[in-house]
Ligand binder design. Structure first.
Ligand code: GLC
Ligand code: CA
Length: 554
């Protein structure tokens, strides 16, 4: 049995290619742009790159609707430049993992088209095609997570197909062994090219309950109990592992909406015997919302801490955590859990609040320079299918209220072009950018942060370097202090007598802080902080807004 452990010491940088860097001036980020930025990525002290989908796609969901799994979208380049980027990354000691999106394909994928053209042929059963019920009703009552009901009608066949996500994302029928063989072919294709693994998109959704029964229990996200962690999920993931993944030195990270630690342990474990190496769960992203960013609630630090601590504890010694605060699916973290008016301070504090936990950290493009949410005037300017749909659903809401929700919740805020310089088009492109650039690029950009020793960017670099150099961060035990505090998140790591204390204020006001018992702050070495020369008064200090301090006790 393979037992890959290298991912534990790594940190990953996530690239959403369309908005990272445009190398050929057509306004769309691409692999030529990535190639030019490999040294920059390396300079962050990360060890790997996760690429959001680079495949051929009509972009109904920007790459998460794949029309050809074995080629690079012409928007991003071709297989030659991909190979060059891959080799360039490897030469720099950066591993590369691909997004694997096999819960669904685009309705423009050849399989889908063939299944319509020839109903008796092999491709029809690649998807879930169903007739309407005799009473004319949809095949079942499931809802789509992105657009209306989960069924879309096709007049040629007089049948409906299942789509858990957008209409242009048709769910694959993984119960069909031919589909599983296709998945394995896709995996082998990229692994043979030299990639180091996969981030597996909504992988916990790939096994649907036979018969696709109605969901009479779940009040919203209707149907989810019949396709999340479905009956044959472990069988399928086990098959992928046995037939393909175990033959390569690679890792898998499963994206898992609504995942709990207990269920996660059915998928991942220390020995490497289970389905996956790592998982992305969502619990800590619910500190200011319920299930989705579009059902907002007031931010609660206690809720955030409970999630952090629950995962640290429950997985300890059993499986390995992933650590993230941003990706392409959520608004910017400073705008959510921090404060745009204390951007630099809260940006660094948020880095400290997660990078020193135990697990493999992920940093999303732009997070390292503290990019914030974009506020566009009209829904027409937004790009995301979810944003448009949520806007449409709120028929009774006044315009301002709808736009305020979109501003707060839209994934588009993570998808505006990367801000490289204060020059033309933020240094992202020489052409017309495909999507709005946040006007704050004049002050928030890589060039400026690079030149400033005290920038968020350099804080990330220092924090990631510190993590690498200090076994206590990699391997130490985790303990939370003051869990009931409304303002402070305090956690301790301990390894072979060395202790690390991480103090994070989530308050925009000054607050008195007292160290937990067993710590004498004056004896600690302040290794990272976001206010210069932080004063101490014995074991107490007045914490400034969003202050963070990391003390080492060796
Ligand atoms: C995952 C992706 C997201 C996508 C969805 C459907 O959640 O991260 O971007 O829209 O799956 O593929
Ligand atoms: Ca381009």
């Amino acid at each position: 049995m393979k037992n890959t452990q290298w991912y534990k010491e790594m940190a990953f940088y996530q690239i959403w290619p369309r908005s990272f860097s445009d190398g050929n001036g057509d306004g769309i980020g691409d692999l030529y742009g990535v190639y030019e930025k490999l040294d920059y990525i390396k300079s962050l002290n990360v060890d790997g790159i996760w690429f959001s989908p680079l495949y051929v796609s009509p972009n109904a969901d920007y790459g998460y609707d794949v029309a050809d799994y074995m080629d690079i979208s012409p928007d991003y380049g071709d297989l030659d430049i991909f190979k060059k980027v891959l080799d360039g990354a490897h030469e720099r000691g950066l591993r590369v993992i691909m997004d694997l999106v096999v819960n669904h394909t685009s309705d423009e994928h050849a399989w889908f088209k063939a299944g319509i053209a020839d109903k008796a042929g092999p491709y029809h059963d690649y998807y879930f095609w169903r007739k309407a019920k005799p009473n004319g009703k949809l095949p079942n009552n499931w809802g789509s997570l992105f657009e209306g009901k989960a069924w879309e009608y096709n007049p040629e066949l007089d049948e409906y197909y299942l789509h858990i996500f957008a209409k242009k994302q048709a769910d694959l029928n993984m119960d069909n062994p031919a589909v599983r063989e296709e998945v394995k072919r896709i995996m082998r294709f990229w692994l043979d090219l030299g990639v180091d693994g996969f981030r597996e998109d909504v992988i916990t959704f790939i096994s649907k309950k036979p018969g696709l029964p109605n969901d009479r229990l779940t009040p919203f996200l209707k149907g989810i109990r019949h396709y999340s962690n479905g009956p044959r999920i472990h069988e399928y993931l086990g098959e992928f592992k046995r037939d393909v993944l175990s033959k390569y030195d690679c890792i898998t990270i499963g994206e898992a909406p609504l995942m709990t630690p207990r269920t996660a342990l059915e998928y991942i474990d220390e020995s490497g015997a289970k389905d996956l190496d790592l998982m992305f769960h969502f619990q800590h992203m619910g500190a200011d919302c319920l299930f989705t960013d579009y059902i907002p609630r007031r931010f609660s630090l206690r809720r955030l801490k409970r999630s952090f601590t629950r995962w640290q504890k429950k997985l300890s010694g059993r499986a390995w955590n992933t650590l993230y605060l941003e990706n392409h699916d959520h608004p910017r973290i400073i705008s959510r859990y921090g404060s745009e008016s204390h951007r630099t301070e809260s940006g660094k504090m948020l880095a400290a609040c997660y990078l020193f936990q135990q697990g493999t950290p992920f940093i999303y493009q732009g997070q390292e320079i503290g990019m914030t949410n974009i506020s566009l005037q009209t829904i027409g300017e937004y790009k995301c299918v979810m944003a448009k749909n949520e806007y449409k659903k709120k028929t009774r809401w006044p315009e301002e209220k709808k736009m305020a929700l979109i501003h707060r919740a839209s994934r588009d805020s993570a998808r505006t072009p990367m801000q490289w310089t204060c020059g033309e088009k933020a240094g992202f492109t020489t052409g017309e950018p495909w999507f709005a650039i946040n006007p704050n690029y004049v002050t928030i950009n890589v060039e400026r942060d690079n030149a400033d020793e005290d920038s968020i960017l350099n804080f990330y670099r220092k924090a990631l370097k510190f993590r690498k150099d200090n076994p206590v961060v990699l391997w130490g035990s985790y303990r939370e202090h003051k869990p009931m505090s409304k303002w402070f998140y305090t956690y301790e790591r301990e390894y072979q007598g060395v202790r690390l204390l991480v103090i994070c204020s989530f308050s925009d006001k000054e607050r008195r802080y007292t160290a937990p018992s067993g710590f004498s702050l004056p004896e600690g070495e302040p290794v990272l902080f976001n206010y210069a020369h932080p004063p101490l008064n014995g074991n107490t200090f007045m914490a400034k807004p969003y202050e963070t301090r990391v003390y080492l006790f060796a």
